[in-house]
Design a protein around this ligand. Structure first.
Ligand code: NZQ
Ligand code: ZN
Length: 389
């Protein structure tokens, strides 16, 4: 077991109609002039933006608005947001949407609180020293950005998707009403469930430090998400299922399922970020497409964890370790198929050329400083082989 720090300062306000508290919460955290930041229109169509405006009006908080955040959010809109907020003297950024909107809001908040180019913080040139306060009203359970320290932005003209991870950007509050996720297309719901599971799995498949309590939480979370993902596939309007998934999404990426381990193995995320940077695929679906190949590539180097996963999460019964581990991987892939997720890059509907695979491996390795992983440390050649397979 390694020493660890668990820091989850975000205030969670969970349940039906909680979005009506947005104005009061912004005010409590010192906001007087707010940016309402949202995506491509789902939150407008559902009436949510109107309800958030009303809540801010009731609290006597002024606001400006910027919609148009796309999945794999673009740096150009972040620049626009910073400019708008400077002119309007915004002192609080309120994200109404999913991971993309929250990440874009965090980037704007970094830009407002620091001089110079905000991309510097994403390409690793400098570290941010401050961040304007951010709050969020979550509309999709997936990325976990509502409680995470992370923000992921795409520099769209170069196809580069990079993250900035600091505690400065942790949301002050996260409003989570599971009902808001009922308008999601099934594809997005299931891509979200995949992402949620992956945030825990990437803390699970490691070479060391794992604690029994952390493993039990992780395994329970994974079993719960699988159970309710299947239910939502057939019954998208079931409130309890929406609630289970939504809370799992936050717990899966706020650090809880990694306490005591060696920092985890985020190779699938790194490999996927290159894929969505270059081909703009849905993040969770991209993870499902990569995971099985990655798992087959690394499982012998991390056999005890893959065996435990197969037994505790996938319910594989006795057998030689190697076969149990492989059966666990195969069952996970069957599960992805059962909820409509792809299990290969080909099934994502894209056919990268060999040069593009090499380019992704090169960028991925460079972005990680040459090596990445814990279950198995991967270099550029390994990354290329995984893409290729
Ligand atoms: O833009 P609108 O119209 O709102 O549509 C969105 C978008 O098309 C739609 N949607 C969201 N809520 C909806 C809804 N449609 C109907 N009803 C609702 N209630 O869903 C689509 C996807 O939204 P997005 O915000 O992109 O999804 P997600 O939360 O999966 O975020 C993905 C982004 O987060 C990053 C990913 O890389 C990707 O860029 N990640 C961020 C992390 C973090 N900050 O901690 C960690 C993750 O691992 C991830 O990398
Ligand atoms: Zn993710």
């Amino acid at each position: 077991m390694y020493n660890f720090e668990f820091y989850a300062p975000t205030r969670v306000v969970f349940g039906r109609r909680t979005e009506s508290q947005a104005g009061a919460l912004v005010k409590e955290y010192g906001g007087t002039s707010v940016l309402i930041h949202y995506g491509g229109g789902s939150a407008v169509r559902s009436g949510l933006i109107q309800r958030v405006r009303q809540s801010l009006d009731e609290a006597g908080v002024s606001y400006v608005e910027l919609g148009g955040v796309v999945p794999n959010p673009h740096l150009s809109l972040v620049y626009q947001g910073i400019e708008l907020c400077r002119k309007a003297h915004v002192d609080f950024v309120l994200a109404v949407g999913g991971g993309s909107v929250i990440d874009s809001a965090k980037a704007i908040a970094y830009g407002l609180a620091n001089d110079g180019d905000v991309w510097d913080f994403y390409c690793g040139k400098r570290k941010p020293q401050a961040c304007m306060p951010v709050g969020c009203v979550l509309t999709i359970a997936a990325a976990g950005s509502e409680m995470s320290n992370s923000s992921v932005i795409t520099k769209e003209d170069e196809g580069l998707k990079r993250s900035c991870n600091t505690n400065l950007a942790r949301a002050k509050f996260a409003i989570m009403n599971p009902e808001l996720t009922m308008t999601l297309p099934d594809w997005q719901t299931q891509a979200g469930c995949t992402d949620i599971m992956m945030h825990t799995m990437e803390r699970y498949f490691t070479q060391g430090g794992n604690m029994e309590i952390t493993d039990s939480i992780a395994e329970g979370l994974l079993r719960t998400v699988m159970k309710y993902a299947v239910i939502l596939h057939a019954h998208p309007e079931q409130y309890e299922a929406r609630a289970e998934i939504m809370w799992a999404g936050s717990l899966s990426h706020n650090g809880l399922t990694g306490c005591g381990n060696d920092g985890g193995d985020f190779s699938c995320h790194k490999l996927e970020h290159e894929l969505s940077g270059m081909f703009d695929v849905t993040h969770g679906a991209g993870l499902a497409a990569i995971w099985g190949t990655w798992a087959r590539y690394v499982y012998r180097d991390c056999l005890p964890r893959f065996v435990r996963f197969a037994r505790q999460v996938m319910g594989v019964s006795e057998g030689p370790d190697d076969r149990v581990a492989l059966a666990g991987i195969e069952q996970m892939e069957s599960f992805y198929h059962s909820i409509g997720m792809p299990i290969s890059i080909h099934e994502l509907g894209i056919t990268p050329t060999d040069d593009q695979l090499k380019q992704m491996a090169r960028l991925c390795a460079r972005g990680c400083g040459g090596h990445q992983g814990s279950a198995k440390v991967l270099d550029e050649e390994d990354m290329y082989r995984i893409y290729k397979a």
